[in-house]
Design a protein around this ligand. Sequence first.
Ligand code: AMP
Length: 319
Amino acid sequence: MKTMITGVRPTGSITLANYIGGIKGFVEQQYNYNSLIFIADIHGLTTYIDPQEIRNNILDITAMYMACGIDINNTALFMQSDVLEHCNLGFLMAFQCSVGELSRMTQFKAKKQSLGKNEKDMGLFIYPTLMAADILLYDAQIVPVGADQRQHIEKTRDFGERFNNIYGNTFKLPDYQIPKIGARIMNLQDPSIKMSKSALKDDKGTILMLDDIEITRKKIMAACTDSEGKVYYDEENKPGISNLISLICVVNNMTIEEANKKYKDYNYKDFKIEVADNVCKFIKGIQDKFYQYRSDEIRLKEILTAGANKARIYASKKL
Ligand code: AMP
């Protein structure tokens, strides 16, 4: 059986984009693979957050993963820092790359520009080496992620291949799996930038999975569109409307063609109402389950410990 892995950093509240980019595809396929899903708390330290908030976010994400349908009888759900083999292998992966290539990584260049007061750039710089370790450690071949992670997965392949060439065939090389719809969910207010959980807390363009439903509705109703007044998918010329189409397709398991046909006679206001109703209903269903799981912290910690024990068996052997 092939292995599949994915993760989310505990650097803020989970967004609908995180769900679409990483979690949804994973949940749908979890029984077809030897499955691992982790909370990337060490990667999370590249962004400065109050330590207590990180601890809280970790439990939030654990409960969110469960609410989204992770089955811990099948899937190892764990915290990256509980399996320190990730760091050991990450260190070895740093020997497989050059300073030049790491400094050319898109995410490094972009995030370096917006470092906060307590943030240094070294963690961002070596991010790809730890990410390569996260994946190679388990010989994972399938990595469901959003389009923003494509370059990181390609680097993981490069580092693994270089290692294999020098030391013999040690690692299986991964492929990314980017969702057909919603690979890059955009900010509702500015559809030229991606929806991100590191956005400001009151960002009107980011849908948080734990936002009050009425706030989510307002954000969708206020989403940026265009002046044409026709609903159809055209990412280049109608990024705002296309983004909303992606959202409704994902929550209703619809294709873009089906949505184009169904909503072609809608005006923007009625279309937004339709998107808001469907997205809110979908998120509300997940929230109800989330709050049930979140109310039992002892159980959540047990889940993470059990997941780490399972993951460590592969990780220590590989290391
Ligand atoms: P991060 O927010 O960096 O922890 O990312 C966690 C997962 O969410 C990764 O698989 C990302 O590719 C995915 N993701 C983050 N932002 C987006 C977005 N705007 N659209 C689609 N997927 C995303």
